[in-house]
Design a protein around this ligand. Structure first.
Ligand code: GRF
Length: 208
């Protein structure tokens, strides 16, 4: 019997290397999720070519064509629903959604961030890590809540910060970890091993 796969939309703004990691893992028959749509707010995002190469449906919702954050969010919401998406993976998506959109998709939207949250939120993350002198950084997959980079943590992987690291060398090392951690977190969710409950990430078998 074939189990129903979780229908996922991946939202990007750029290079799409995390999208590629998700495309690769979703291409395997046994993976419990499938990508039904790739959405970019940037018309020439490199990741769109990755989606097309994998024969995935794509949509461009250019935020510059919308008068307000809410009207952009409504357009994204409609496209996702029309595509039958049940779950959203943000993968280098550089727009902040309104609280209303986040509430609509509460527990059904995750993000990957290139630091060990709650350290180093926002942008210039690797610059922040190097300036702070931390010896470890890494990546975090978390549920999205209205507060930026603050949602319940699903998975993290750490990587060393080495003497002489630049933001670029550290970013490359963290990115390798991201490409393993994001598929793993999505697998856990699609298998029902973790879910969003009462504002936290609840793992199967875990006492509340
Ligand atoms: C990644 O470092 C991700 O953690 C951050 O933005 C970057 C996107 O890279 N949110 P890519 O577009 O997936 O290559």
């Amino acid at each position: 019997m074939t189990r129903k796969k979780l229908k996922v939309a991946v939202l990007i703004s750029g290079r799409g290397s995390n999208l590629q990691a998700l495309i690769d893992v979703c291409a395997t028959a046994e993976f419990p999720a499938e990508i039904v749509l790739v959405v970019s707010n940037v018309p020439d995002a490199l990741g769109l070519a990755r989606a097309k190469a994998a024969s995935l449906p794509t949509a461009i919702v250019d935020h510059r064509s919308y008068k307000s954050r809410e009207s952009f969010d409504d357009a994204v919401d409609k496209i996702l629903r029309d595509a039958g998406a049940e779950f959203i993976c943000l993968a280098g998506f550089m727009r902040i959604f309104s609280d209303a959109f986040v509430r609509k998709w509460e527990g059904r939207m995750i993000n990957i961030h290139p630091s060990l949250l709650p350290a180093f939120k926002g942008t210039q993350v690797h610059e922040q890590a190097i300036a702070a002198g931390v010896k470890m950084s890494g990546c975090t997959v978390h549920y999205v809540i209205p507060a930026l980079d603050s949602g319940p943590i699903i998975a993290q992987e750490k990587v060393p910060v080495l003497a002489g690291d630049t933001p670029e060398t550290l970013a490359a090392r963290v990115l390798e970890a991201e490409h393993k951690t994001y598929p793993m977190a999505l697998k856990w969710i699609a298998e029902g091993k973790v879910r969003f409950k009462d504002g936290r990430a609840l793992f199967a078998g875990e006492a509340r």
